[in-house]
Write a new protein. Structure first.
Length: 79
């Protein structure tokens, strides 16, 4: 049997969870889908309770040090 996602195609696309490289067979990117829901529980129809992502601080430090949209692995390792 096939898994039935409750999210709309538009929502999956907007959140970066949809692989449409084959337009005739769109697929859900499971890692992205699981990550979106991993740290949250529904509080009500209008909001969710979510835990802080422990990687956000590290990413913030990297972004403020690199200050560019791209970086090399070597540059990241030096930081």
């Amino acid at each position: 049997s096939a898994w039935q996602f409750q999210e709309s195609i538009d929502y999956l696309r907007q959140m970066g969870m949809l692989d449409e490289s084959d337009v005739s067979q769109p697929r859900v990117i499971i890692a992205n889908y699981l990550y979106m829901h991993a740290d949250c529980i529904d509080g009500s129809y209008f909001y969710q309770y979510c835990c802080a992502n422990p990687c956000e601080d590290l990413m913030g430090q990297l972004e403020s040090s690199i200050r560019a949209p791209h970086s090399t692995p070597e540059e990241i390792m030096r930081l």
